[in-house]
Design a protein around this ligand. Structure first.
Ligand code: NAD
Length: 354
């Protein structure tokens, strides 16, 4: 099992060091993981004049999975757009055809105070949003701004999904539901949009192949409301690109800490790129205060979804729960009744808890 490790910029290398430590601990226990490192983002630009150097892309293509830290930094903000760190990220997602984006929102009971919602509404939350990533309004043609018949400027975008695009992401959603609580809620706007009408039809068809999964449907406006009213009703939410963009940010904020959440983007064969949802946090880089748990949990997702190593993934997730229960906290989740630790010490604590 070969992993391309791309630490990136800012806090990326610090948090990645901790995830690699945890994976090394599993290797010592006999897991056959091989890790190879390469630069991306600003680090790619510094090393090879390109935010996605050809050698990095080659490595990512050969590997079974990619583990990424974060990219970006003020130093690169004045570069021409194609040379900016974020372009490296967009390109690698496209090159690897990663169309299914997985965004979990998990809230450990001990951290319920960090949410803006009442603790009883969010404590123990564990949901997964599966968002289609390469189609929909963001990519649909035609698009543009033109002068219309009335002589004024008019902007337009096209929401479109082909049957095969819906089918493949629906399969991803159902496969993930099979690994979790076997409940899938498909979110669209079929009462108004034809694209959504087709979405619902195809999801129902695919659902017949997964009879153990309880399938439900919800309009997106209601889903946005239910996420803050009673988020624990959901296990897996399956949705298109624009609805998923909005709902996944909403869901991540239910948990209150950006440093705790991982994510994945998968292709048809479950090859994936795994990364924390946070950015490179230049404001805290190099100070050993970043929270590495989002990256460590991304590595656990990688073991579960690409390598089907559910037991190893469970071990990491349980170890993270344990360090939280022990009261260890990085600065972003620290409260006066807990013990403050740095980034590296948090990584060590997770390894010890394994
Ligand atoms: P950010 O996520 O980097 O930081 C937002 C805030 O959260 C900051 O105050 C930061 O200190 C804090 N934070 C983030 N991760 C943390 C962690 N693990 N532990 C503790 N605190 C953490 O977002 P931003 O400030 O808007 O962007 C900074 C840079 O990151 C920009 O260059 C941006 O383009 C880039 N970015 C990259 C990605 C990515 O690589 N996927 C995503 C978002 C932003």
């Amino acid at each position: 099992m070969k992993i391309a490790v791309l630490p990136g910029d800012g806090i990326g290398p610090e948090v990645m060091d901790q995830a690699v430590k945890v994976l090394h601990a599993l290797v010592s226990d006999g897991l056959a993981l091989e890790m190879e490192f390469a630069p991306i983002g600003g680090a790619g630009y510094d090393a090879a004049g390109d935010p996605l150097p050809a050698a990095t892309l080659d490595l990512a293509r050969q590997a079974d999975a990619v583990l990424l830290g974060a990219v970006g930094g003020h130093r690169y903000d004045s570069l021409p757009r194609p040379m900016r760190p974020e372009q490296g990220l967009l390109r690698i997602r496209k090159e690897l055809n990663l169309f299914a984006n997985l965004r979990p929102a998990v809230l450990y009971p001990e951290l319920a105070g960090a949410s803006t919602l009442r603790p009883e509404v969010v404590s123990g939350l564990d949901l997964m949003i599966v968002r289609e990533l390469t189609g929909d309004l963001y990519f649909g043609q035609p698009r543009g701004i033109h002068i219309n018949a009335a002589g004024e400027r008019e902007g337009y975008n096209t929401m479109r999904y082909s049957e095969s695009e819906i089918r493949r992401v629906a399969h991803s959603g159902f496969r993930i539901a099979m690994k979790r609580g076997r409940k899938l809620c498909s979110v669209e706007k079929a009462n108004v949009l034809e694209t959504s009408e087709l979405w619902r039809e195809v999801v129902v068809e695919v659902g017949r192949e997964y009879p153990e999964v309880a399938l439900s449907h919800m309009y997106v406006d209601n889903a946005a409301m239910q996420l803050v009213r009673n988020p624990k009703q959901f296990d897996v939410m399956l949705t298109g690109n624009i609805f998923g963009d909005i709902l996944s940010d909403e869901a991540s904020m239910l948990t209150g800490s950006i440093g705790m959440l991982g994510s994945a983007s998968l292709d048809e064969h479950n090859k994936g790129m795994y990364e924390p949802i946070h950015g490179s946090a230049p404001d805290i880089a190099g100070q050993d205060i970043a929270n590495p748990l989002a990256t460590i949990l991304s590595a656990a997702m990688m073991l579960r979804y690409t390598f089907s190593l559910d037991e190893a993934a469970d071990r990491i997730e349980t170890a993270v729960r344990r360090v939280i229960a022990q009261g260890l906290r990085t600065l972003d989740i620290y409260t006066p009744d807990t013990t403050r630790v740095g980034c590296a010490a948090m990584g060590d604590a997770v390894v010890a808890a394994l």
